[in-house]
Design a protein around this ligand. Sequence first.
Ligand code: ADP
Length: 484
Amino acid sequence: MSWSSPLPWTRRSAFVNYAVVVLSVVAALVAALLLEPPMHSSPFVSLSLCAIMFSAWFGGLGPGLLATALSVACFTYHFVPPVDSFKVAPVDLPRIVLLGVTGLFVVWLNVARRDAEGALRRSEANLAEAQRLSHTGTFGWKISGGDMVWSKETYRIFGVDESVKPTIDLVLQRVHPDDRERVLREMDRVALGEPANDYEHRLLMPDGTIKHLIVLAHRAKYESGEEEFVGALMDVTTTREAQEALHTAQAELARAARVTALGQMSASIAHEVNQPLAAISTAAAAGLRWLTRDVPEVAEACACVSHIAEQADRAGNVIRSVRDLARRADPEMVPLDINEVIEEAVALAKPEALRHWVTVQLQLAPGLPSVRGDRVQLQQVIINLAINGVQAMATVTGRTRMLTIRTEQRESGQVFVAVQDVGIGTEPEELDRLFSAFYTTKVDGMGMGLSICRSIIDAHGGRVWASRNIDSGMTFQFTIPAYR
Ligand code: ADP
């Protein structure tokens, strides 16, 4: 059914409505005159009531009233003695009044019905419009008989013509093959009368495009005893695509920030790679000397070679960590030992700390539960917090520059990490702003580090915050839920 206009009759011209009144009353009159001789009585009253009903149904109140007036006039003139005159004997007056009152009653009934129909159509039109705007379709599926009905928006979402009868096979044809099993499972759940549960699945459209739907359905029992699956489905494709684009942009931004952090640490990293290279070169020279002696010292040469292998591993590890940080953009959520992640991150940040005469102290709680996260992103958080701490202590004199990284298990089932420095700290009123994008107090700062840390920790279902230490410096801490 199409609700292109909420009140179709309001657009019809008044002339047509009133012409229909005249035609129907005249038709009733002619029919009554023709039928009167064979019937031996006049059927005008019944026929004129039909004309009034039709006029009121077709044109509404005004035409209904006109039809009543015309019918009363025709009745008085043609059928109430003396005929062909408007004169009325008092004894005939009740018949005329009765026709008039019955006519008015019929008009009132029709107008009331039309108003109710109009309200219903308007509410259905509003509902259809709301469904279109919110991309939400509805469906009903009779349990006995399996008849299915879809709203207009459901047809649009499934990309099916409204003349097609919806069936469960049609639904399953459209469901993405990878999601079909889940959809069937959800249908079974609802069929068993289990509580409603919203779930998401994809549609694979005939042109190869993918749509994302959120579906909510339950089993409804009506007073008649009939049972039906009733549900709503929302097309969230645009939202999902925007979320995907946002995730990609965030991942790219995080990668850019990692590369920036690597840039800041480049001198220390170069030093960290150079050291094993120098050791390799020295060991190689020594090894050569042992081997080129008159009596080659094979055991000493072997020791040199294994030293070379160790140092090559050390350099390789640094390069691998740098490459991981610089390369990957897509997060990969896996169970992780947070202590291990911290140790790997510190291996990269430590040389930078040492360059600024900062001692790094690890107080890692043993036996922590795993967390579910992306290794590179969590390393990035630790590196950001550690480098910020080191930079905050770069100008500090008169106390030991100490960066402490601590882990704990919290009773709430969270794993807690704190990065504490004894640096310059910050004003209390600045605490809230530290995590805002582009907030920086550094000459060459971007102000993105902490904001990216927050979005990474948020994406891991955790929380990050900063506090001022009682004596000096700051502690940045975060929690992430333990992996179950
Ligand atoms: P950036 O390092 O580029 O400035 P961040 O988002 O990492 O960007 O940090 C934002 C600001 O937060 C810094 O400029 C600094 O003012 C403050 N901040 C961050 N870490 C610390 C810290 N450990 N001690 C004091 N201030 C800090």
